[in-house]
Design a protein around this ligand. Structure first.
Ligand code: NAD
Length: 314
């Protein structure tokens, strides 16, 4: 992939997390110097096992809310990938302040340091949670945002900060609204990680549990596609300042997903357990991806079957 001329050092916040650690590995493969910043609250050093062996990688253990730490991490960085966040919808309903502190105040801090350090681009990780229960499917970026949780609201606020900085300073801040990302290293303790939860149960010979009738749909995007889109957002010569949906554009029902996993994991029981729908779960979510295709010149490559096969292999 083409990198902008002179691009040598990048900062990844949330580097020890699921998505961040894959991004770090990919950036190191492109011969960049990578600084990772993470407080290891949900991320782990084991996610960074490959990166740690690389002399071009430095991990700074610290908090994005701590100005000095972010300044140290941002030193010499030409691009910042900002992924660090708390990400659990249910927890955000119980503790909205924590979500504001980390996802909004923390983001403000990272953006402010990036401006001071004259970083040229900051890629912000937003989420489909900004839409809430969308009035239109597939979801176009332009529809009014209606987050149903403090987590979603914190991402709306993060996007707003990106717009503000792009207007006032020389920092381009594209925002990628990730849909349901899956792949190796995805933890099983986050309610959003249905594929990793299903795979975990399937391997243990436990029946898959579906909340609701199973016809609800999601847009599952494989981690390698996500990483490629992030790198494009950082390296293409021009980039949209508008938020970009990062999904596949394909709706998959939870029932179809369960059947795919039953097909691919021999120890998975045939029976599916149905439970009452969880409050707050939205019914349909799938991205309209025209903007992704037009502005990042990118169409995700992995169909669900292939992405699951790679995850199972891992
Ligand atoms: P993750 O929890 O694995 O990664 C988040 C990382 O941020 C963790 O390593 C955690 O330790 C770190 N972190 C949290 N608070 C921090 C703080 N105060 N200071 C420094 N580091 C901190 O989750 P993920 O799934 O890899 O998510 C990465 C980003 O992608 C998040 O911004 C999330 O909101 C966004 N996102 C993820 C998905 C998905 O499907 N996984 C979907 C939409 C958006």
């Amino acid at each position: 992939m083409m990198t902008r001329q002179g691009l040598q050092t990048v900062l990844v916040t949330g580097a020890a997390g699921f998505i961040g650690s894959h991004l770090v590995d990919a950036l190191l493969r492109q011969n960049l110097r990578v600084v990772g910043l993470d407080n290891l609250s949900t991320g782990t050093k084991s996610n960074l096992a490959t990166a740690m062996e690389h002399e071009a990688f430095t991990l700074i253990e610290g908090d994005i809310r701590d100005r000095e730490t972010v300044e140290q991490a941002c030193d010499k960085a030409e691009v910042v990938f900002h992924l660090a966040a708390v990400t659990k919808v249910a927890e955000s309903l119980r503790d909205p302040q924590k979500y504001h502190d980390i996802n909004v105040t923390g983001t403000q801090n990272v953006i402010s340091v990036a401006v001071n350090k004259q970083v040229s681009r900051l890629v912000f990780t937003s989420s489909a949670a900004v839409y809430g229960a969308p009035a239109k499917i597939p979801i176009p970026e332009e529809i009014p945002l209606n987050p149903l949780s403090p987590y979603g609201a914190s991402k709306v606020e993060g996007e707003r900060l990106c717009h503000e900085v792009a207007d006032q300073h020389n920092l381009q801040a594209p925002q990628l609204r990730c849909f349901n990302v899956y792949g190796p290293r995805q933890p099983i303790d986050n309610e959003a990680g249905v594929i990793s939860i299903f795979l975990h149960r399937a391997r243990q010979g436990l029946p898959l549990v579906i909340y609701g009738d199973g016809h609800q749909t999601r847009d599952f995007i494989y981690i390698e596609d996500v990483v490629e889109a992030f790198i494009r957002a950082a390296t293409l010569d021009t980039v949209s300042t508008q938020p970009i949906n990062l999904g596949t554009g394909t709706a998959v029902s939870i029932r179809e997903l369960a059947e795919e996993i039953q097909d691919q994991v021999p120890s998975c029981p045939i029976d599916i357990q149905y439970e009452a729908p969880r409050t707050g779960d939205i019914y349909h979510s799938v991205a309209r991806i025209n903007r992704l295709q037009r502005t990042l010149d990118f169409t995700p490559r992995y169909a669900l079957r292939n992405g699951i096969a790679k995850t199972v292999e891992f």
